[in-house]
Design a protein around this ligand. Sequence first.
Ligand SMILES: [Zn+2]
Length: 283
Amino acid sequence: MFLPPSFTPRWSSPAQSPPGGLWFVLEGGKLLTSAAAGQADARAVPEGDGPPIPVDGARCIGLLGEVPCWAAARTGVEATPPGFTLEPLRRLFDRLPDELVAVAGRAVQVLEFERTHRYCGACATPTEESDGGRARRCPACGEVYYPRLAPAMMVLVMRQGPGGRELLLASGARSGGPTPPIYSALAGFVEPSESLEDCVRREVDEEVGLRVRGLRYFDSQCWPFPHSLMVAFTAEYAGGEIHCQEGEIVDAQWFPVDRLPALPHRLSVARRLIDHAVAETER
Ligand SMILES: [Zn+2]
């Protein structure tokens, strides 16, 4: 989930907006789409001078090439017009072009920030737009709020097994019970006072009871569900036996690189991390 190079971020609606644009209309994490022309299961983001349904607080969040991208929250209870549907963004991963999924992720984060920062958390006064639209400020006490980003780390632990390289992959309690279960790298949120490296060591210990060494940065990725910044590492196994943390990890195993279980979606940094490790092994 990466914004394309042709995307120029905007923080407030330009006074002279070009007419038309793409409308990223959201309601509770669901995105409004319409049927894409010519493809059976593909979806499109509605385009036009205005949104196809009533919205609140429309704002330009950037330009895709020359095309303005508008983020807005749905208002009212009228039925969605024929030809349009509201669906969770994750379910649209393979049915919208990747660049539109990424812009939709930005829309989710901007609207979520505004929804949860209408009032000052210190004195409860209604906040106002500030810093050219990047922030919200309390006119009474001066507190300034920027969009919340929650740093989270992800780590793929590897070892040399009897038959070759093995990856430690886990199936989480929150993965929603798909069949077959999805196995992924370990992940967790950074806690106050921790470095990313501290967080990696703590999470690996808590979730599976192992020790690691040789941390190497791999890549990072915005993950707008609703506001994570994923920072991915690889690490080498340094000791311990697998003990799954109750309530967090359903199963964790060492998988040989040529016998991997069901893996996360290709748009996730987890999948790229795993694919990268496999490719390195095969070189
Ligand atoms: Zn205040």
